[in-house]
Ligand binder design. Sequence first.
Ligand code: XBP
Ligand code: MG
Length: 257
Amino acid sequence: MAELKALIFDVDGTLADTERDGHRVAFNQAFADAGLDWDWTVDIYGQLLTVTGGKERIKYYLKHFLPDFTPPGKLDSFVADLHASKTEHYKSLMVDPGLPLRPGVERLLREARDAGMRLAIATTTTPANVTALLTNSLAEDAEDWFEVIAAGDIVPAKKPAPDIFIWAMEQLELPPENCMAFEDSDNGVKSVLGSGIRSLLVTVNDYTRDQDFSGATVVVDQLGTNEQPCRVLNGPGLIRDQVDLDALKDIHRYAWK
Ligand code: XBP
Ligand code: MG
């Protein structure tokens, strides 16, 4: 029987709703600093989110929205500089005004940690962004809660490629049958399934709710709190009002039965 030993969390859209009011705002602040009149509206950003990775997203935007734009100097260094500026803005936004974790995330992380469950992160975002979110929205020492933080350019290919989850399992020295993944997007689901992990919980958000989560074990609206029970949108009815550790163990058994 596949024993559940580690929980591997995506960050953006899963731990917190960081895209609309975090990353998107930071991109626009960096564009303004650079004297660019680019405005990534909520709608445009939703289209650009199909591309993971901020640097890759800027290049996609230039190719598909501003094909006649000529960067000052080499494209890669222009994009890298713009992205570095965006990351600084994002880090500031995580301090002021800050961004709350999604419902039930802190509760589940604390329960899992107290029960000795190993925790890891597998995200496309830049490591500094993970640090900023965890230390400002979870706990000062929150980075230490995660045995592995697999983030950004640590792997050659970003989600939907499976590289980041494979790398995280290599660091954990665990096979897929001992791991469970948490995602919010179709790119994330493809990345998880491509890594061999079968137990996968998806929490949808405004940007991803209409995406295809085929292969996910369970899809919910959020993890659930005393005030706001979670709603199972797809998958077996293995969850009472809140996604807790017992529910995760049932979901894991179901995924590997
Ligand atoms: C989401 C992403 C990231 C962020 C922006 O990552 O695709 O690119 O949108 O962060 P995940 P960067 O859902 O895997 O956490 O600008 O640092 O890439
Ligand atoms: Mg995500």
